[in-house]
Design a protein around this ligand. Structure first.
Ligand code: XIL
Length: 392
């Protein structure tokens, strides 16, 4: 073995340590392999080699002026290099699935912890990913101290301070923010169809306008989005929700609220059938308000589909293609984000268990990161989508 390849005892220790804790990279210094740089597995800027040759989803989307990305948990991206590598390969945008919510950011009423979210921002920057914030105002994922601390007297202070601090911390780095998430729930009986959240209870309906105005001041560059679910299908409950959302958007736009886009979560059902005629009209109505539309949490629930994996994957792929071929006809649809990339890391593992005990398969890549029929369906939908004029 050439002399310069012989490792000193010290280097062997470093290398074994590095292999254990991270990736030991032998860097060829001037005098041979002297310098060993330990790239910790969790180093956000760690580079990844190209995995597959055919055009990725992000490239196919970008060819039509569409942004494609996905959600991920910081712990998964940090500690699962295969996920990180495929994420960088397939996605042009990253939305933290958890780390920008109140609970992880707010360990106590007077403290903010940006550690996990900052790692995600560094990962996005290191790999030229757009970064998306989710979510500044929601009724879920609130910290344990919230219910005993926030009240009618101090709710505005907490809301304003949170948005100023968090949106301000990432000002200039965020492609978009879900400022308010899921504020509509018609069955709660509020005249505007608003969901009975602590924010509505303590501040009234104007909490929504306030949130967008504070966010616009804190980060003038970010697209400010209202994010919602339950607008996709034809049943009457969807009609009511679409009508309530449209009413809210019209009201906000009429008072000059700095709102730029509607986010449609699109957690689809693999067993639902729809020609999406009502959805198509809804998208057109939203676009006529001058709003962009983002598909923000796309996945296809297969919990009540057949056990046979080939049959299930075909139905999931059909649901993706049927939905995307309709929504991508609307030029205002700028972005498609799947709520995860691989079946190994989907939140449906926790929330939707199959009766047969089999793993759910809602996403474009399987648990071994192999493209599924769903990946092909999304790719075909991007390939056949009309090209957009360049959007932000
Ligand atoms: C979910 C995440 O995927 C979970 O990991 C977390 O425990 C709870 O929230 N609609 C939303 C998302 O807007 O924030 C939710 O994400 C899924 C439903």
């Amino acid at each position: 073995m050439p002399k310069n390849l012989l490792l000193t005892r010290r280097q062997v220790i470093w290398l074994s340590l590095g292999t254990f804790t991270g990736l030991a990279v032998l860097l060829k210094g001037k005098d041979g392999y002297r310098n060993i740089k330990i790239l910790a597995l969790d180093e956000p800027s760690r580079s990844f080699s190209v995995i597959k040759k055919e055009e990725s989803l992000k490239e196919r989307a970008a060819a039509k002026g569409i942004i494609y990305g996905a959600a991920a948990q910081d712990a998964d991206l940090r500690l699962k290099p295969k996920l990180a590598a495929h994420f960088v390969q397939e996605c042009g945008l990253l939305v933290p699935e958890w780390s920008l919510k109140w609970e992880p950011l707010r360990p106590s009423p007077d403290r903010f912890d940006f550690t996990a979210a900052d790692w995600m921002a560094e990962f996005a920057q290191a790999h030229s990913l757009l970064l998306r914030g989710h979510t500044l105002v929601w009724h879920l994922s609130l910290p344990p101290w919230f219910k005993d601390t926030v009240n009618r007297q101090n709710a505005e202070k907490f809301l304003v301070e949170h948005i100023e601090k968090v949106a301000g911390h990432y000002a200039g780095k965020m492609h978009s923010w879900d400022v308010v998430n899921e504020a509509i729930h018609v069955d709660d009986g509020h005249p505007d169809g608003l969901r009975k959240t602590p924010w509505l209870e303590f501040l009234g309906p104007d909490y929504i306008d306030l949130a967008y105005r504070v966010a616009a001041r804190a980060d003038p560059k970010a697209l400010l989005v209202y994010n919602e679910f339950g607008v996709e299908y034809d049943e009457p409950k969807y009609d009511k929700k679409r009508a309530a959302i449209l009413k809210l958007l019209e009201s906000l736009k009429s008072k000059g609220t700095p709102l730029h886009a509607l986010g449609i979560q699109a957690h689809l059902s693999g067993s639902a059938n729809s020609d999406y005629k009502k959805l198509r009209n809804f998208l057109s109505d939203v676009a006529s308000l001058g709003l962009q539309i983002m598909i923000t949490e796309l996945d296809v629930l297969d919990e009540d589909l057949p056990s046979d994996i080939a049959a299930r994957d075909r139905l999931v792929a059909k649901a993706y293609e049927d939905f995307l071929s309709v929504v991508l006809e609307e030029p205002a649809v700028s972005t498609v984000i799947t709520w995860g990339l691989s079946d190994a890391y989907t939140y449906h593992i926790k929330t939707h268990r199959r009766a047969d005990g089999m793993s759910v398969r809602p996403l474009p890549l399987d648990a071994d990161f192999k493209p599924k029929l769903a990946w092909n369906a999304i790719a075909r939908a991007f390939d056949s989508a009309p090209r957009r004029r360049s959007l932000k």
